[in-house]
Ligand binder design. Structure first.
Ligand code: NAP
Length: 485
């Protein structure tokens, strides 16, 4: 057991089982968004270090692919235990570099462990098939094998759990990995290397490089040894990676941006809708891909909903995530603050009414007031763009048809939520919404047992659920003949 979060704050990259710096010795500074203070540095690695990490992963793959599913399942169980034994230290490290409240950070760490345990179990269910043969003298087998070396690129908003969704299935399948964590939150990514060592995962199975996104990305997407790119981040970067990966025809899984609608129908249970709205909007200070981007509220319940949402938003305790009781931490950086401010200014200029918050928080730094804007319309920027901050725009609609049409009027299709007590409406709306994840009277729905993934420009592929391992496996068809059958 590694007690303190300092034990996980590795200022080096993990390549082939060695903790190393960048070839040039260059580093990137990491800061605490709640205080602006420097926490430490990590290597500013580039193409050469990434190429070596890929070679190390390939070398490890030759033996790792031959391990039994039971061995890999046990390794993942040990990894799960290492995470949970160190939950508090990992949560503190996460909160320090990312800003989220300790309660949310503890939850994220436990969620990461949950994915690892789920895939420890799924490792033992990588079933092949015996297919009925159309030929009397031949037999047809379908086997499933690890794709090989995979590359994982992750964002700063969930620096631990986004890796869990990738490393869990990769290792269960028998793949080895090169990981690039986000530069603003690298320590929670590097901590996976420390835990992998604790869990006895062989050297080279998990390699972690930090540094220049452009250089590391260029090597990961062009190196023919890498067989799959799994990315969580913005749609803009995801599209670039897909295009770059096409050169060597790699598999791709993309978990990209969202513009989640949250519909409240006249017949909704208002208390439940408000409770769901608060979690679906303000979790991680509004910086999640499944955070509500647009509240769409039917006229009969609209005014009561806006009033209650404003009250609850004003009640949120904003502060340093490391202080117990904090419900909303800072935004990740000043650019994020400016972006939220620009959404508010744009909406106000186009007739929006600020009914809660609306400004930088009195705490200063990158803290922002939980904000509600009524009178939202489709000319406002947030109708199309991801907010990624604690801003709740409320659109008023008259009918069910109007609500569904507005909800679908986006190129994104990740998460959506709606509240109704009418079963017929629940089915009609569920079937009409073009989204990969739907919460009906629920504002927080992600779980390891269910497939997570977007439609349209929100992504390709699923993470979690029994589907979550599919993209790490190649199906191989074998036709057996000439055996005197
Ligand atoms: P981002 O700017 O796309 O960055 C994500 C990761 O990609 C980071 O590690 C970043 O590295 C790296 N990156 C940036 N440019 C790259 C390039 N040219 N080549 C290779 N890697 C590159 O996204 P973000 O701002 O960190 O995260 C927020 C976005 O992620 C939002 O759009 C959110 O909706 C999405 N997200 C989606 C999901 C999902 O499951 N669908 C979950 C969480 C977040 P650096 O940090 O070094 O720049």
């Amino acid at each position: 057991m590694l007690a303190s979060s300092d034990a996980f704050r590795r200022e080096a990259n993990l390549i082939g089982g060695q903790w190393v710096g960048a070839d040039s010795g260059a580093v990137i500074e990491v800061t605490n968004p709640a205080t602006g203070e420097k926490i430490g540095t990590v290597p500013n690695a580039g193409r050469a270090e990434t190429a070596r990490a890929i070679d190390a992963a390939q070398k490890a793959f030759e033996s790792f692919r031959k391990t039994s599913v039971l061995e890999r399942s046990k390794m993942l169980r040990r990894l799960h235990d290492a995470i949970m034994d160190n939950q508090e230290a990992l949560a503190r490290l996460l909160s320090t570099e990312q800003g989220k409240s300790l309660a949310e950070a503890r939850g994220e760490v436990a969620f990461s462990a949950g994915y690892v345990l789920w895939f420890a179990e799924q490792a033992r269910r990588i079933y092949g098939e015996v297919v009925p043969s159309p030929w009397a003298d031949r037999r047809i087998l379908v086997t499933r094998e690890p794709v090989g070396v995979i590359a994982a690129i992750t964002p700063w908003n969930f620096p631990s759990s986004m890796l869990a969704r990738k490393l869990g299935p990769a290792l269960a399948a028998g793949c080895t990995a090169v990981v690039k964590p986000a530069s603003q939150t690298p320590y929670s990514g590097l901590a996976w290397g420390v835990m992998a060592e604790e869990a006895g995962i062989p050297a080279g199975v998990i390699n972690i490089v930090t540094g220049s996104a452009a250089e590391i990305g260029a090597e990961l997407t062009s190196n023919p040894i890498v067989k799959k790119i799994t990315f969580t981040g913005s749609t803009e970067v995801g599209k670039k990676l897909m295009a770059a990966a096409a050169g060597t025809v790699k598999k791709v899984s993309m978990e990209l941006g969202g513009n989640a609608p949250f519909i409240v129908f006249d017949d909704a249970d208002l208390d439940r809708a408000i409770a769901g709205a608060m979690i679906a909007k303000y979790r991680n200070s509004g910086q999640t891909c499944v955070c509500t981007n647009r509240f769409i509220v039917q006229a009969g319940i609209h005014d009561r909903f806006v009033e209650r949402l404003a009250e609850e938003s004003n009640r949120l305790k904003v502060g340093n995530g490391l202080e117990e009781g904090t419900q909303q931490g800072p935004l990740i950086d000043m650019k994020a603050v400016e972006t939220v401010e620009s959404f508010v200014a744009d909406a106000v200029a186009k007739g929006g009414r600020v009914v809660a918050g609306g400004r930088r928080h009195a705490l200063g730094g990158t803290f922002f007031e939980p904000t509600v804007i009524a009178g939202a319309n489709t000319q406002m920027r947030f109708a199309r763009e991801e907010i990624f901050g604690p801003l709740s725009p409320v659109f008023k609609v008259d009918s069910e048809e109007e609500a569904v049409a507005l909800a679908n009027d986006t190129e994104y299709g990740l998460a959506c939520y709606f509240y109704t007590q009418d079963l017929g409406r629940a089915f009609r709306v569920m079937e009409g919404l073009k989204y990969g994840l739907i919460g009906v009277n629920e504002g927080l729905i992600t779980t390891v047992e269910a497939p997570f993934g977007g439609l349209k420009e929100s992504g390709i592929g699923k993470e979690g659920g029994h589907q979550g391992i599919d993209d790490y496996l190649d199906a191989k068809y074998v036709c057996l003949g000439g055996l005197g059958l």
